[in-house]
Design a protein around this ligand. Structure first.
Ligand code: NDP
Length: 282
């Protein structure tokens, strides 16, 4: 038993927090590394967020994760935000540094960590479907490490243009927006294809409108959707010889980065992935 009987606390503030499988994943990291820490799931309605953050501060929480809509609403309640969180305009991970609560965004960083295991995006041509919160986080991180060109394909034109305008102005990136109509043909010089929409979430047969013949074996195809991990897009891409990356890797890696931020320990991603898969039943 450690000298201080009380564990260090971190947690997750979400709307509808029941059954959050990331609890098992983060606690598995603490257990695996003998850390006297706990990760607590907290259901926080939007109207209660300010009180919840004040409470976490008063109770000495070492940090916490946030889900939507808290990712944006939390920013004015914090003492500062990291570089990419500021560029993304959303915080999913708060870290106590001294007496300050600092907001970070580990979603895009988690994606990048997964991607770098198979292919570094520096100098690469990227096609990304989607322009919502996950797409914004992914695009900022791959932009910050030097992607050559990002084509954003999105159904909603305004949201797509907002994202490409932001990436062009704030990061001086080479970007293009293509409104998504019918089956999209991936340009032949594309290196990395990313689904950052919610198409496929909880629906293994949901189809991305894409000309599958334009997927070539030299392309990496990544999905942010983590349930089911093998989406229809990834199965189709693998059948055409592409290297594929599932959204579980992104989810595990955002947890890995969170544990690093909070505890200073580099956790074992394999132990965390095992616990997550078990909790999700996949
Ligand atoms: P948002 O609601 O912010 O954005 C959703 C995006 O999906 C928009 O671009 C939307 O297009 C598009 N979309 C949804 N349905 C359709 C459809 N039927 N046809 C075409 N486009 C569609 O959601 P998030 O960005 O927050 O989340 C997206 C996905 O990322 C979710 O599945 C989420 O679970 C996953 N995610 C995974 C993480 C991980 O760690 N693996 C972390 C964070 C998110 P439009 O603008 O036209 O509405």
């Amino acid at each position: 038993m450690p000298a201080n009987f009380l564990p260090s606390l971190v947690g997750s503030m979400s709307v509808g927090a029941a059954g959050n499988p990331t609890v098992a994943m983060v606690e598995a990291a603490f257990c695996h590394h003998g850390l006297h820490w706990r990760y607590v799931n907290m259901e926080v309605p939007p109207a209660g967020l300010a009180d919840a953050v004040r409470g976490a501060r008063a109770m000495g929480f070492r940090g916490f994760n946030l889900s939507m809509p808290h990712k944006v609403a939390v920013i004015p309640l914090l003492d500062g935000v990291g570089e990419s969180a500021a560029l993304i305009g959303a915080v999913n991970c708060v870290v106590r540094r001294g007496e300050q609560l600092i907001g970070e965004n580990t979603d895009g960083k988690g994606f990048l960590k997964s991607l770098q295991e198979v292919c570094h995006p520096r100098g690469k041509n990227i096609v990304m479907f989607g322009a919502g919160g996950a797409a914004r986080a992914v695009a900022v991180e791959i932009g910050l490490v030097g992607a050559k060109h990002i084509t954003v394909v999105n159904r909603g034109e305004q949201r797509g243009r907002n994202l490409t305008d932001h990436l062009g102005k704030a990061l001086a990136l080479s970007v293009a927006f293509v409104p998504w109509a019918d089956d999209f043909t991936i340009p032949a010089d594309t290196d990395i294809v990313i689904n950052a929409t919610s198409i496929g979430l909880y629906d293994a047969e949901a189809r991305l409108e894409l000309n599958l013949d334009s997927l070539k074996p030299n392309m990496v195809v990544a999905d942010v959707v983590f349930s089911p991990p093998q989406t229809r897009l990834l199965r189709d891409a693998a059948a055409r010889g592409c290297r594929t990356l599932d959204g579980l890797g992104m989810l595990v890696n955002q947890g890995v980065i969170g544990v690093q931020y909070w505890t200073g320990v580099n956790p074992d991603p394999a132990a965390m992935r095992r616990a997550l898969e078990e909790a999700m039943g996949v």
